[in-house]
Design a protein around this ligand. Structure first.
Ligand SMILES: [Zn+2]
Length: 594
């Protein structure tokens, strides 16, 4: 019969307590300078050392050499209060979960009156203090407020908010916290070598992760693994199956398949995962964690090893490889998709189905990373509405190269990146962000993105300058798109159809205009900024349209002052707004931002 690890390794001094320096240092200082309060409140998540600290504090206070910040360990009090000791008469531990009533509080009050039997103080440790009833606290109030000289109180609780305010205000409150993974990891590493237990690479990070920052939980898990392993050797396979995590190899396999948009590979891996009996939600969580790790490795570069203690060199190299082939924008998009799917899986009747759909979505999100430029190019040019078919041609060549990502921008990529783009905008300027929230990508025509606004007036803010002498807000949107997708685009705005597009358009078009049908095009209402050179097939149509239909989708580029009254119809307005130049080929090129 072996005592549990967490009991054998229960700290006996503050120095042995890990991850709580923010609490133990001030406490030790108070002990050294003899400024110990009469009541303490230790709060924090379970298993992070509250009760242990209360015992250590009691030990420090009652040590024959004390009060001291480091108990001597040899005096009768220290021996009694050590981890193997039987407990001291003067240190009373009360489990408030079962002694929470008024009678218990009165009993405690009576006991507090008597002087300590041998040591300096009579110390009451109330564990699970939040369980004490209101009446119980009220009965304690007087003695906690003005205790006899020889009495100290230590309340330990996971829920400090439930300890009544009148008690809390009479205590010194020390919030304990979960132990950071790095500290927990080096602690269990030391512990394993102390116990002469060999563990495979990658086991201890799993143990720490499963422990969730609670030292007690972490040690219990390690204890279980050691107990179930022959020859004092904990293997990765055993740990990963026992703890229910997804094997790293399976995660890497899934990532490889996703990176190459390999459908059969992806679902083959998924099948394997399901055959191991893995919980779909757990797999999605592990995948998200893995993607996060890759993003960190990518962002951190050489510092990655320090940021991810416990990861082997091989694992780091593999992640670097993924980061390189997949690229940050897509990794970020994958993380978003997985995260959303995880939310949807909560309480879902068929999480497996959700997981399969998730993988399908990840594959689709992946397709645009394929270096299949020739394949996507034609599909883009066939996409535009019939009336616009010839539009992309003139702008295509000059615009594409500058920032130089190889793969072309696709509608799917644009749509997938839109939330991230909005977020990037939000980080720069809230006002612009709130204007573009709720918008959606209507279409992508070569390098011209059409953004649909619920109301066109919402786009007005884009025409305003970012500040005196600064470019307009629209630049900010363009920069965000560049930042996320790697593509420098132009964009135009349209009003999203509400119930009936006709309504919106017909209001503004002068009755009887023959060109009306063009403007009534559902998605691409009008499009003067992308107009083709004069003389080409659609130029007359576009010109006519520009002359007669309202510039409801005027390009936001180059428009310095906020413009109101745009809904007026007419060439004069366009001239005024756009600097006296009606649409022309050179206008479009000039307007491009490189
Ligand atoms: Zn002592």
């Amino acid at each position: 019969m072996v005592t549990a690890l967490y009991r054998r390794y229960r700290p006996e001094t503050f120095a042995e307590l890990i991850g709580q320096a923010h609490v133990t240092e001030p406490l030790q200082q108070a002990l050294r300078s003899d400024r110990v309060n009469h009541a303490y409140l230790f709060s924090g998540p379970r298993g992070c050392g509250k009760t242990t600290s209360a015992r250590i504090l009691a030990r420090c206070l009652n040590c024959a050499e004390g009060p001291t910040d480091t108990p001597c360990g040899t005096c009768p009090s220290c021996v009694e209060l050590s981890r193997d000791g039987g407990g001291s008469l003067d240190v009373v531990e009360i489990d408030a979960a079962s002694h929470n009533g008024v009678d218990d509080a009165r009993d405690l009050r009576e006991r507090a009156v008597y002087a300590p039997a041998r040591d300096r103080y009579k110390i009451f440790i109330l564990d699970e203090a939040h369980m004490v009833t209101q009446q119980g606290f009220n009965a304690l109030l007087k003695i906690v407020e003005e205790p006899p000289e020889h009495v100290k109180f230590i309340f330990a609780t996971t829920e400090p908010d439930k300890v009544i305010g009148t008690i809390r205000s009479r205590t010194h409150h020390y919030p304990f916290r979960l132990v950071p993974p790095a500290e927990a990891l080096s602690y269990v590493e030391e512990l394993c070598s102390g116990e002469s237990v060999a563990v495979d690479d990658g086991v201890l990070p799993l143990v720490v992760r499963a422990g969730g920052g609670s030292v007690r939980d972490t040690l219990s898990i390690l204890d279980q693994l050691i107990a179930g392993s022959p020859d004092d050797r904990v293997t990765y396979d055993r740990a990963v199956t026992l703890l229910g995590y997804t094997h790293d190899e399976l995660l890497a396999e899934a990532m490889t398949a996703l990176a190459s948009s390999d459908g059969p590979g992806t679902f083959g891996t998924l099948d394997k995962v399901m055959h191991t009996g893995q919980d779909p939600r757990r797999f999605a969580e592990d995948l998200l964690e893995y993607v996060r790790d890759i993003i960190i490795v990518d962002a951190a570069g050489d510092a990655a090893a320090a940021l991810m203690p416990g990861s082997s060199e091989g694992a780091l190299d593999q992640m670097k490889g993924f980061a390189h082939t997949i690229g940050t924008p897509r990794l970020s998009a994958i993380a978003d998709v997985v995260n959303d799917a995880l939310t949807a899986m909560t309480g879902a009747t068929s999480p497996k189905l959700h997981l399969e759909l998730l993988m399908a979505r990840l594959l689709v999100a992946g397709s645009h990373r394929q270096p299949s430029a020739p394949a996507t190019r034609p599909s883009v040019s066939t996409a535009p509405a019939p009336g616009q078919a010839s539009v992309p041609a003139p702008a295509a060549e000059p615009v594409a190269p500058p920032t130089g990502p190889v793969e072309p921008l696709t509608m799917a990529m644009m749509e997938a990146s839109w939330p991230a783009i909005l977020e990037a905008i939000g980080e720069k300027k809230r006002a612009v962000w709130s204007a573009v929230t709720g918008t959606q990508i209507v279409s992508l025509d070569d390098d011209v993105v059409t953004i649909g606004f619920p109301a066109l007036s919402g786009a007005d803010v884009l025409k305003k300058a970012q500040g005196p002498g600064l470019p307009v807000n629209a630049e900010l949107v363009r920069d965000a798109i560049l930042g996320v997708t790697g593509h420098r685009v132009r964009f135009k705005v349209v009003e999203l159809p509400k119930d009936d597009t006709e309504d919106v358009v017909s209001e503004e078009i002068a009755p009887g205009q023959p060109e009306k049908p063009v403007a009534a095009e559902p998605t691409e209402t009008a499009s003067w900024p992308t107009v083709v050179p004069p003389g080409s097939e659609s130029s007359t149509e576009s010109q006519a349209e520009a002359e007669h239909s309202p510039p409801e989708d005027q390009p936001v580029e180059d428009i310095e002052p906020p413009i109101n009254g745009l809904s007026q119809v007419g060439e004069a307005v366009i001239r005024e707004v756009l600097g006296g130049e009606l649409i022309s080929e050179h206008r479009v090129d000039d307007g491009e931002v490189r």
